[in-house]
Write a protein that binds this ligand. Structure first.
Ligand code: UD1
Length: 419
């Protein structure tokens, strides 16, 4: 298993591009199942989770052509397998995203039940309830969700709590349903909007994406499209923090700052100087002294849970005492004990942590536990005195494209050790 070794202390300097958003790519690859015409997606990030989704489509009979320009052409004329097996779903929970499209277009889907994961139990009851409301027969047994429907029908569905992939699954299913579907308390994430834009370009009739009520009028069929995936806002935020905590000066290209309004406001309050340009570039420097900031995660447009772990590192090296409250996932503080081993002064009280800024973090051997936790350990390693050896970096590869290459290009002392 690969490890990453970082010798902390180098100020990051230079320019790097932000990759396409993982959380838009996964539902959009699943959405290609809704048509037998070719779909061409560009700005696809090169990530382990994307490879897993491509493998899943391949197993189902998709013909995939990947080109040099980060594009993938998907031809789904040969779909003949409607199962998402345990080995793929257990590596990536987002495999559940094929359930809605499969059921809508082929009348059947068999998906291995996603289990718990490092950040909590993560149920999929809302995906199932929504499809049942649309007339699907759904049964659960021997670890599988089996769903059938002659043709789904429109329904009014209230989602509580707000669920991103739940909204996306039902949105995709509703595009081919008979009648109108209304999703209430829908997720408003930019990735949901990007998916809706792609579906609209395939002929779907969708209104309200980006608000908490999405109305979908089902159509008989969808056609092929070309779609360019939006930039990854979580990767962008991670590099903003990396620049600030290393006293760096970096420029990020291919960004979309409007997807990060709340975090950027928070980062500025914390003392980070962020200069937004019209052409999608962003220049980041540490402005004044970094100040610790109280944060509470919430669904979009609030502060993303996917930046909570990285925020703990920023607060750990900032002046003052802060609290960070996690409201989305019940067990998303696995990184705290590793950060403590690097000298961070953090205490957990229920779903809130209290962080007292320290002068310096200290390099140590640490273990990544989930995707965003791994990113926080990389950040801590960049800012720390001495060497940090991060093991289990396969978590990192799920969501960050070539992170060590990008950091190396910015002058970090970082290397991947393959065993
Ligand atoms: C997505 C993102 C993930 C992000 C998360 C929250 C993708 C591929 N992943 O995950 O990066 O951290 O949103 O922003 O887009 N819930 C239920 N029942 C359900 C579904 C969800 O109770 O059927 C609960 C979850 O346990 C959690 C909350 O809803 O407490 C939000 O989860 P959800 O938005 O569904 O997360 P994902 O879509 O899995």
């Amino acid at each position: 298993m690969d490890k990453i070794l970082i010798r902390g202390g180098a100020a990051l300097k230079g320019t790097i591009p932000i990759s396409g958003a993982k959380n838009a790519t996964l539902p959009e690859l699943a959405a290609t199942l809704l048509t037998s015409e070719k779909v061409y997606l560009t700005n696809i990030p090169h990530l382990a989770d994307v490879t897993t989704m491509l493998e899943l489509l391949g197993q189902q009979g998709s013909d995939l052509t990947i080109d040099e320009k980060l594009g993938v052409e998907i031809d789904n004329r040969g779909i003949n397998n409607f199962c998402a097996p345990y080995d793929l779903v257990s590596t990536m929970r987002a495999s559940i995203l094929v359930m809605g499209p499969m059921l809508a277009r082929y009348g059947q889907a068999e998906i291995s039940m996603p289990g718990g994961c490092a950040i909590g139990s993560r149920p999929v009851n809302l995906h199932i309830q929504g499809l049942r409301a649309m007339g699907a027969e759904v049964s659960l047994g021997d670890g599988y969700i089996r769903a059938k429907a002659k043709r789904l029908r429109g329904a009014k569905i209230f989602l509580e709590p707000v669920t991103v992939t739940g909204t996306e699954n039902l949105l995709m299913a509703a595009t081919l349903a008979d009648g109108v579907t209304i999703l209430e308390n829908a997720a408003r994430e930019p990735e949901v909007v990007d998916l809706a834009n792609m579906l609209t370009s395939m002929g779907a009739k969708i209104q309200g994406a980006g608000s908490s009520t999405i109305t979908i009028e089902g159509v008989d069929e969808l056609h092929g499209t070309k779609h360019n995936i939006i930039p990854d806002r979580i990767e962008t935020a991670t590099f903003i923090i990396a620049a600030a905590i290393t006293d760096g000066d970096i420029t990020l290209t291919n960004t979309q700052s409007e997807y990060l309004t709340v975090p950027i406001e928070a980062f500025r309050q914390a003392g980070i100087d962020i200069d937004l340009k019209d052409d999608g570039t962003m220049r980041i420097r540490k402005g004044s002294k970094l100040k610790a900031l109280d944060i509470q995660t919430s669904p979009y447009p609030g502060f993303p849970t996917d930046i909570q772990a990285q925020m703990l590192v920023l607060n750990s090296v900032s002046k003052g005492i802060s609290t960070v409250t996690e409201t989305i996932f019940e067990n998303r503080f696995m990184h705290v004990s590793e950060l403590q081993r690097m000298g961070a002064d953090i205490t957990i009280q229920g779903n809130t942590v209290r962080v007292r800024g320290v002068k310096n973090l200290i390099g140590a051997p640490v273990m990544a536990t989930d995707l965003r936790a791994s990113a926080s350990l990389v950040l801590a390693g960049l800012a720390a005195n001495g060497d940090t050896l991060i093991s289990r970096v396969y978590h990192l590869d799920r969501g960050y494209e070539r992170i060590e290459e990008k950091l190396l290009a910015l002058g970090a002392d970082i290397q991947r050790l393959s065993e």
